[in-house]
Structures are given as structure tokens and as C-alpha cells.
Design a protein around this ligand. Structure first.
Ligand SMILES: Cc1cc2nc3c(=O)[nH]c(=O)nc-3n(C[C@H](O)[C@H](O)[C@H](O)COP(=O)(O)O)c2cc1C
Length: 421
């Protein structure tokens, strides 16, 4: 196993192994984006044109990526994003990921739609983790979830704002995604070629949504659970609910799923502690902007009022460094750690975190820095990164001024410039 892990030199290696080991239905669930998957692809592709400035002959010794998220110091500015059904990617998945995160020194976020329950994860880990809340129509159930998270000593609540309705992912429908898995012929044939996954799953009794089963009214078995889940996402969720949830929770609140600067401003007004610029990993509104493209406007709108973080598309430490340079003060990753989990369980998640850390650390060094806290936009090549609307306007005005100066000479250009713009 150790040998195999050493061969894993990038997140794509872990993805390839996970693809072999995880049943198709759950691997597809991880991979999928909504509809045409354009936003899913843009999340990755839009990192590529951003170019880093290499600096040479500077001292590169004693580097640090240490960063604060919500006032707590972590090994690097990365948190594990909440992902539903993690315990179906690998048996006991949530507990394995939480342990790997704890050992590495990054926060773990448990999803409402997890397989292991809040209490189960708390009993099997020693550091506080974060809890992600989906707002359900059954408000009693929601209030109870918040109380359970408090009792389990969760140190922050992540409120997901972009999933009142589920984006359509074709593959999940075609595969008939369920937890536990339905014993249909195609499923059984697929399980037959995933022996390691099956053995581990037979050795655990965590096989369905642990936060819901036994807690939500009238949910007693798999079929009532599926019905309940399908009807429960609350389409009426509003900004007033953010205020109510903030009061009920009473602790640090992160709002996840912000893509628009006006929404970011509202979030700041409602007093959240951080916003996550996110399109849910391309799983909700297909055709929405990639997160890295949306980031500059949001940083420009609220960067001095609230911590701005980013997720969606992060598969390397270079992606993290670019997002940091553009003003994200924290990142989350979903698929990168799920690939590690599906490939090698807890060891695989640790490997994914090591890969991201090393890539970010070395890339920072190549740009001439030793401490991430000193890194800003100067590590990016000018004209090769997305600008905020305000910066774009300023840059167009500058170009116009230059053209007029060339055409009419300085004094007349200034006069004319003054009257026209
Ligand atoms: C398989 C999977 C399940 C997810 N489940 C949840 C969830 O339960 N709650 C939530 O807020 N976000 C969920 N997300 C979105 C992630 O929290 C995060 O926004 C996204 O994965 C980031 O994109 P990335 O996968 O490219 O890193 C899920 C994402 C994936 C891939």
C-alpha cells in the first residue's frame, strides 16, 4: 500500500485508482456536473490562463503556508468541503476523512447528507469539525440538527445557499443513485468487480443517511428516506432565514454558494463570518460563471468586510495559490479528497492533502516567497488573470486616455477626455 501511495504524484493519479475501485454509481455521483457540465469544465479550465511570475535568486528556505480560517490557525488555507454520501465512496468515509483532516491540521466539514451521523463522527475524532446545513422544510428537524451540531462541539456552521432545488445530473438519474444501493442486475454486476469496496462495506453498518434516519419524522426505512429527502429541500429559503439560523446557531457562520457580488454584500450585511465563492462544483446552475472568474468581483465588493473563500475546481496547489493571489483567504475542496478516499481510504485523503500542500508550497517558492501571508497579486503575470468589473472599467479608461493622447497630444487630449468621459 505504501508503495502504491508513493506512486500517487498528483490528484489525477488518485482519481484513476478511485475510478477502478469505487462502484460506478458512486464514482459517477462524485464526477458529475449538472446538465451539459459546462460550468464543471469551466471551473477547471479557467485556472489555466492565469500565469505565475517566476522569481529567481531569492532565499527559499523555511517556508510556511500557515493561515487563519475564522481566527484558527491551520497548516494551509484549505478546508475539506462538505460532500453527501461520502460513506458510499468508501466504507466509514466521513470518519476516515475527518481523521485525515485532523492529523493534517485542516478543518473537516460534515454534510447534512452524510452517511455517518454528527454524533458518530464526534465520537470517532478528537478535534471539533464544522457542520454543513441544508435547510429542510421540516424546520423542527432543522432546529434539532443545529442543536445536535452544537452538542457535538462543531466549531462552525456552513450554510449552503445554492441548493434549494437539486441541479439535474444526468448520470445520477440513469444510474438510479440510492443509498443503500439497490440490488438490480447492473448494480450487482458492477459490485462483482469492486471486491475491496464490497468487503469494507460488509464490515460496517454505516450504509444510509445517518443524520436523517431515526431523526426525521416518519423516516423508518430506505424507501421512506428517499421520499422524504426528495421532498425536503426548502425552496422558500431566504435571507431572513440566514438571520434566523445565525441566531439559532449562535457561533461562526459560513455562507457557501455565493457567485454574485450583490449577494456577497447581502451576506456581509447579515453578519456572516465568511462567504464561499462556489457553484457547488458545477453541480447546480450549469452556465453559471466558474468560481475563479467570479472571485475578483466578490473580493472587490466585500473583501474588506468578510473573509472570502473559494471552492469549485481546485485540483492542485497551484490552483490554490492562484485563488489566494486573487484574494481568496481560504479554499475548500470536494472531489480532490474524494478521489483520495475512494483510492486508499484515510491514507488516500492524507496523500491528497500532501499533494495539494506540496504543490502550493513549491509554487509559492518559485514565485519568490517564503510566507503565504506575504503573497498577493504581484505573483501573477499582468493581463493574465481575471479582473473585477471596476478594474476593467479603469483599464478601458486608461487605454482610451492613451489613444487620445497619441492622437491629439497631451493638453488637447486632457481637455477632450475631460468633456467626453
Ligand atoms: C460528490 C459531491 C457531493 C457534494 N455534497 C454536498 C453537500 O452535501 N453539501 C454541500 O454544501 N455541498 C456539497 N457538494 C459541493 C462541495 O461542497 C463543493 O462545493 C464542491 O465539491 C467544490 O468543487 P470541487 O469538487 O471541484 O472541489 C458536493 C460535491 C460533490 C462532488
Amino acid at each position: 500500500m505504501r508503495q502504491d501511495l508513493n506512486q500517487m504524484t498528483c490528484i489525477e493519479d488518485l482519481r484513476q485508482v478511485a475510478k477502478r475501485k469505487v462502484p460506478k454509481m458512486f464514482f459517477d455521483y462524485v464526477e458529475s456536473g449538472s446538465w451539459t457540465e459546462t460550468t464543471l469544465r469551466d471551473n477547471r479550465n479557467d485556472f489555466t490562463p492565469i500565469k505565475l511570475r517566476q522569481k529567481v535568486l531569492v532565499n527559499m528556505e523555511n517556508r510556511s503556508l500557515k493561515s487563519k480560517l475564522l481566527g484558527e490557525e491551520y497548516t494551509m488555507p484549505l478546508a475539506i468541503a462538505p460532500t453527501g454520501l461520502t460513506g458510499m465512496v468508501c466504507a466509514d468515509g466521513e470518519i476516515l476523512v475527518a481523521r485525515a483532516a485532523e492529523k493534517f491540521g485542516v478543518p473537516y466539514t460534515l454534510s447534512t447528507m452524510s452517511i455517518a451521523s454528527i454524533e458518530d463522527v464526534a465520537n470517532n475524532t478528537s478535534s471539533p469539525f464544522w457542520f454543513q446545513l441544508y435547510v429542510m422544510r421540516d424546520r423542527e428537524f432543522m432546529a434539532d440538527l443545529i442543536q445536535r451540531a452544537k452538542k457535538a462541539n462543531c466549531s462552525a456552521l456552513v450554510l449552503t445557499a445554492d441548493l434549494q432545488i437539486l441541479g439535474q445530473r444526468h448520470r445520477d438519474i440513469k444510474n438510479g443513485l440510492t443509498a443503500p444501493i439497490k440490488p438490480t442486475l447492473p448494480n450487482l454486476l458492477n459490485l462483482a468487480i469492486k471486491p475491496e469496496w464490497c468487503m469494507k462495506m460488509l464490515n460496517t453498518d454505516r450504509r444510509t443517511f445517518g443524520n436523517i434516519m431515526g431523526h426525521a419524522k416518519y423516516v423508518t426505512d430506505a424507501s421512506s428516506l428517499m421520499k422524504w429527502t426528495a421532498q425536503q429541500f426548502d425552496q422558500t429559503l431566504s435571507w431572513e432565514d440566514v438571520a434566523r439560523i445565525k441566531d439559532l446557531w449562535g457561533g461562526k457562520l459560513i455562507l457557501k454558494g455565493i457567485l454574485d457580488p450583490e449577494d456577497a454584500q447581502k451576506a456581509a450585511q447579515y453578519g456572516v463570518d465568511a462567504v464561499v465563492v462556489s457553484n457547488h462544483g458545477g453541480r447546480q446552475l450549469d452556465g453559471a460563471l466558474s468560481s475563479i472568474q467570479a472571485l475578483p468581483d466578490i473580493v472587490s465588493a466585500v473583501g474588506n468586510k468578510v473573509q472570502v473563500w473559494l471552492d469549485s475546481g481546485i485540483r492542485s496547489g497551484q490552483d490554490m495559490l492562484k485563488a489566494w493571489a486573487l484574494g481568496a483567504r481560504g479554499m475548500m475542496t470536494g472531489r480532490a479528497f474524494l478521489y483520495g478516499l475512494g483510492a486508499y481510504g484515510e491514507d488516500g485523503v492524507r496523500r491528497a492533502l500532501e499533494i495539494l500542500y506540496n504543490e502550493m508550497d513549491l509554487s509559492m517558492a518559485f514565485t519568490g516567497h517564503r510566507n503565504l501571508q506575504d503573497v498577493g497579486r504581484e505573483i501573477l503575470i499582468a493581463d493574465r488573470f481575471p479582473l473585477s468589473q471596476q478594474e476593467k472599467k479603469e483599464s478601458i479608461n486608461q487605454q482610451r486616455r492613451r489613444i487620445y493622447e497619441e492622437l491629439y497630444g497631451w493638453p488637447r487630449a486632457s481637455l477632450r477626455f475631460g468633456t467626453m468621459w
